[in-house]
Design a protein. Structure first.
Length: 367
């Protein structure tokens, strides 16, 4: 029989009777698989820092850089919220937005300090604690780690205020008695640095009536129970009011000198232009109407009205038309608050707020 020929090919040679065995397959070395290294899960956020900026972008950016030198920020145990109260646009705002752990929100108008703080607390709703800081404050490296350590030492605390220092390192009063008609009038005879605040002695944490909002730590449960800061205060006295309400609700209010910051531009250390004085008097009258007996609030209204008339006359003599207009607004504001025309009072405050931008900007970059 002829050998089979594949189509189109040559005849195949005859296969040998037996074939040699194939060599055993050698295992191919395989490099061990590397399990991807997973980053440690972020710590649950404990602390939200709220900074209200108004025409102080350099100071705010410097403070944010200092805060980010804490381990708490790098591990996301702390976050930073900057609420800009309708300052002019600035390139530093865009840079801050790009930083991890930092949230920046701008308002469409100047809301005042209390409303801006409340908005910032809602934006940073995850933290169990809220820390309010002024832009004109400087803090040491690891500051937020110290704050969280202070919290751990007293987990039941409601409100804690920390030690403030002046630029020269001296103590700055950061607490005081609850404002009354008597101590408010008596304070007119004292240096401005001691009219509202008093120095607290002792080295340990201790209860106080109130602590300043420039560096104020609040348990979020306390903050939410009280509804945040009272937004009827545009600027000043909202801290004294909040601490008083916290104490009345059963929360502790403490001063802790173990944590320190430097506060560069407290109100008592600088001149008080007429628009700013209108704000401080509005805040004091609002506090009095809320917490004092009716006759005491009426008496204070009379004192402030007389002051407004005297200052307006003096401004006219100096030829300072802007100040004269502001003190005229203050005189009318007293009447609005006394007669409870709150809408008219808010309109006067909004008008005066338009003059605050250059006053705030004067401090920017000087901390």
């Amino acid at each position: 029989m002829a050998p089979a020929v594949p189509p189109g090919g040559e005849p195949s040679p005859a296969a040998p009777a037996t074939e040699p065995p194939l060599p055993a397959a050698q295992p191919v070395p395989v490099a061990p698989r590397r399990t991807p290294r997973r980053a440690a899960p972020p710590a649950a956020i404990e602390l939200t820092v709220v900074v209200v900026n108004f025409c102080q972008w350099h100071n705010t950016a410097r403070l944010v850089r200092q805060l980010r030198r804490s381990v708490a920020v790098r591990t996301r145990a702390a976050g930073i919220v900057v609420v800009d109260n309708h300052s002019p646009r600035h390139p530093l705002a865009r840079r801050l937005r790009r930083l991890p752990g930092v949230t920046v929100r701008r308002t469409r108008r100047n809301l005042g300090f209390a409303r801006a703080v409340n908005r910032g607390c809602r934006l940073g709703a995850a933290g169990r604690w809220v820390l309010l800081l002024n832009p004109d404050v400087t803090v040491p490296d690891g500051f937020l780690d110290e704050v969280l350590a202070a919290v751990a030492a007293d987990p039941a605390a409601g409100v804690i205020g920390f030690r403030l220092r002046n630029r020269d390192g001296s103590d700055q009063a950061s607490s005081g008695p609850n404002p009354t008609l008597a101590n408010t009038l008596a304070g007119l005879l004292l240096p401005r640095s001691r009219r509202k605040c008093r120095h607290v002695g002792g080295a340990g944490r201790q209860p106080v009536p109130w602590v300043t909002g420039g560096c104020l730590l609040v348990r979020r449960d306390c903050f939410e129970q009280l509804g945040g800061l009272d937004e009827r205060f545009f600027l000043y006295y909202e801290d004294a009011d909040f601490c008083r309400r916290a104490a009345e609700a059963g929360w502790s209010v403490n001063y802790d000198p173990g944590v320190e910051v430097t506060h560069h531009w407290p109100l008592h250390s600088r001149a008080v232009p007429a628009p700013l004085r209108l704000m401080t008097r509005h805040a004091l009258l609002t506090y009095a109407r809320k917490h004092w007996a009716g006759w005491q609030a009426a008496a204070l209204s009379g004192v402030v009205w007389v002051e407004a008339v005297a200052r307006q006359a003096a401004a006219r003599v100096r030829g300072d038309r802007t100040a004269a207009r502001c003190y005229g607004q203050l005189r009318r504001l007293v009447g609005d608050l006394f007669r409870r025309r709150d809408a008219a009072a808010r309109a006067r405050i909004a008008s005066a707020a338009a003059f605050l931008a250059p006053i705030a900007a004067e401090q920017d970059g000087r901390t």
